[in-house]
Design a protein. Structure first.
Length: 228
């Protein structure tokens, strides 16, 4: 199946912060970078803004199919922020080594969306193991840890799941365990999906200021770091 070319012409709307994004600032941590919203939205093919998206998206965005393309793009930016929150705590240099049977290859999940070098071949991701192999596990210059490469790869993986193979958004066979419904990891993800864009029409008990955006949260963090 041929996937449409991402649109780079659309204006980027402010994206709401996830609960973990706000919490990180309150605790003195580094929040989500609003530039990552732009990376995600620019990577979205037209199919992700169409009726080809599986109906399960309504669980998090009830009005998805009634919204315009800009609002849909904003939702997906929020979705991947929530996924990165559940997968890596919004930390781009996260590298997790997995225990494997004796004699098997050592596997790592890396970056904001906890991806692997094998995804380069599977999904056409811009990772280079040969260039990265001599670097430390959490070296931010590694191709797999660079947010642009990692997030663009994540979009490709989700597109492959829900558009190319027509699988549900939440499925036990999905790439991320955080999107396997019913599991403990999914509950972590679901907690981050409680402040989606207003256009989604989701009724939640979120205490986050409705005027807050990823940009305003980052500004708050910058002000907190500025010496008085």
């Amino acid at each position: 199946m041929e996937i449409g070319t991402p649109s780079h012409a659309q204006a980027i709307r402010p994206v709401p912060p996830t609960p973990i994004d706000v919490q990180k600032v309150e605790l003195g941590g580094t929040p989500w970078n609003p530039q990552w919203d732009q990376i995600i939205e620019k990577a979205l093919p037209t199919e992700m803004l169409s009726s080809q998206v599986p109906p399960g998206v309504r669980r998090f965005c009830p009005r998805f199919f009634e919204m315009g393309t800009k609002d849909k793009s904003t939702f997906w930016a929020y979705f991947f922020q929530a996924l990165a929150g559940a997968e890596a705590g919004l930390k781009p240099n996260t590298s997790v080594r997995h225990s494997e049977p004796e004699g098997a290859l050592t596997l790592r999940s890396e970056g904001l969306l906890q991806l692997a070098y094998a995804d380069r071949k599977r999904y056409g991701c811009d990772f280079n193991w040969q260039a990265d192999r001599a670097l430390k596990a959490n070296d931010p210059t590694k191709t797999i840890l660079q947010p642009k490469n990692n997030l663009e790869c994540g979009v490709k993986i989700l597109v492959n799941q829900i558009i190319v193979h027509h699988k549900p958004l939440l499925t036990p066979s999905g790439y991320w365990s955080t999107l396997h419904p019913g599991g403990p990891s999914f509950l972590v993800f679901a907690k981050q999906m409680t402040n989606p864009p207003d256009a989604c029409g989701l009724s939640t008990n979120s205490r986050i200021d409705k005027s807050a955006t990823t940009k305003s949260v980052q500004d708050d963090a910058n002000r907190a770091e500025t010496p008085k």
